[in-house]
Ligand binder design. Structure first.
Ligand SMILES: *Cc1c(COP(=O)(O)O)cnc(C)c1O
Length: 360
């Protein structure tokens, strides 16, 4: 992981929002696979107000790693976790009356962020229920309404109509709360796509994820994002062999050499997050040349055709994504999105954090 790239990307977000707008760096899913504690430290030092995670478990890991910055648990709290939320001083997404009562009874005053569903149909309050729920939470005592928020379903679309409709519904929820005197200090709606495309939706805080890791949420937002990939997924050639034309490679022999070929075996497979859909589709980078994946990706191994790579040797470094193919290119070959390529990188792949890649 390239720490300088993470820092650059956080600064890009800062440059895209007004000075008074807080940045909640989203570090859920182990910071999109980059190592949550390390990434969180870089973001906080570079000016993030706080950290966004999905679960209480993820938040407690950050606290154990020594991070003292505000943490908002965007996915809410499971029944039974309320005392830990209070003890670890976490801020929590809230839309459920039972959880509200349990949090209010958890000891110290817990900061909550009312979650409104404005069109994602995932988590949150229906618009019609917003003001009543706000009054219930206020009436409980023991809870501080620190924020109100919602999440965009399609802010990355070229057509912004659906995102506009969501922003309008969100404004309606803010009005409903204001009508009963609830005006939380933090109001947040913008993911990376909205950081880039919807300044009117920045409110008091933005919640970027993917762009902090160096990928635009959609190709049409790439130029404005101007971010650098922070992860390089790399390995080395474990074995190299010359084979004649007509040689089947990997399970089921879906690739058969058309000429005398040099096949390299890489010690990375789908168990490491190198997707099986990359079989016969993706390319890797060896000695500055692209080499195609030959045959099926296995659990622990992948073969690539390096016939056209001059001077290739066993032990040569190979880039699966990062520079050479980006995680977005690999995602396109695998019919998915860069988010999944980054977060899929497996537990047994060691994370190495450096200030800057030596050969970048
Ligand atoms: C993951 C997530 C984000 C960040 O989204 P990106 O598209 O990665 O910027 C923001 N808010 C919530 C609620 C999320 O779940």
């Amino acid at each position: 992981m390239n720490l300088a790239a993470l820092r650059h990307n956080l600064r890009r977000v800062r440059a895209l929002v007004q000075p008074g707008v807080a940045v909640l760096a989203v570090v859920k899913a182990d910071a999109y696979g980059h190592g949550a504690a390390e990434a969180a430290r870089v973001f906080v030092e570079a000016g993030a107000w706080g950290l966004g995670v999905s679960s209480v478990t993820e938040a407690l890991e950050l606290r154990r790693a020594g991070l003292r910055a505000p943490i908002i648990v965007l996915g809410g709290v499971f029944a039974g976790e309320e005392p830990e939320v209070a003890a670890a001083d976490l801020e929590i997404a809230l839309w459920d009356a039972d959880r509200a009562r349990a949090l209010a009874a958890a000891g110290r005053s817990v900061r909550v962020h009312l979650k409104i569903d404005t069109g994602m149909t995932r988590l949150g309050l229906d618009l019609a229920a917003v003001h009543e729920f706000g009054e219930l939470v206020r009436g409980l005592g023991g809870l501080e309404i620190a924020g109100v928020f919602s999440h965009f379903a399609s802010a990355d679309a070229v057509d912004t109509a659906a995102a506009h409709a969501q922003a309008t519904r969100f404004a309606g929820a803010l009005e409903a709360l204001a009508a009963v005197g609830i005006r939380p200090p933090h109001v947040h709606l913008a993911n990376s796509a909205a950081v880039l495309s919807a300044p009117a939706a920045h409110f008091t805080m933005v919640r970027p994820g993917i762009m902090l890791y160096g990928y635009p949420p959609a190709p049409h937002l790439a130029a404005r994002a101007d971010v650098r990939p922070a992860m390089r997924f790399a390995t080395r050639i474990t074995q190299l062999r010359r084979v004649p034309a007509g040689t089947p490679v990997s399970y089921a022999g879906t690739f058969v050499t058309a000429r005398p070929s040099t096949i390299a075996t890489l010690p990375v497979g789908y168990a490491d997050g190198y997707h099986r859909l990359a079989s016969n589709r993706a390319r890797v980078m060896v000695r500055g040349r692209h080499a195609p994946v030959a045959g099926r990706v296995c659990m622990d191994h992948t073969m690539v055709d390096v016939t056209d790579v001059d001077g290739v040797r066993a032990g040569d470094p190979v880039v699966l994504f990062g520079d050479g193919p980006g995680a977005d290119e690999l995602a396109a070959w695998c019919e998915t999105i860069p988010y999944e390529m980054l977060t899929a990188v497996g537990k047994r792949v060691p994370r190495v954090h450096v200030e800057e890649f030596a050969d970048a």
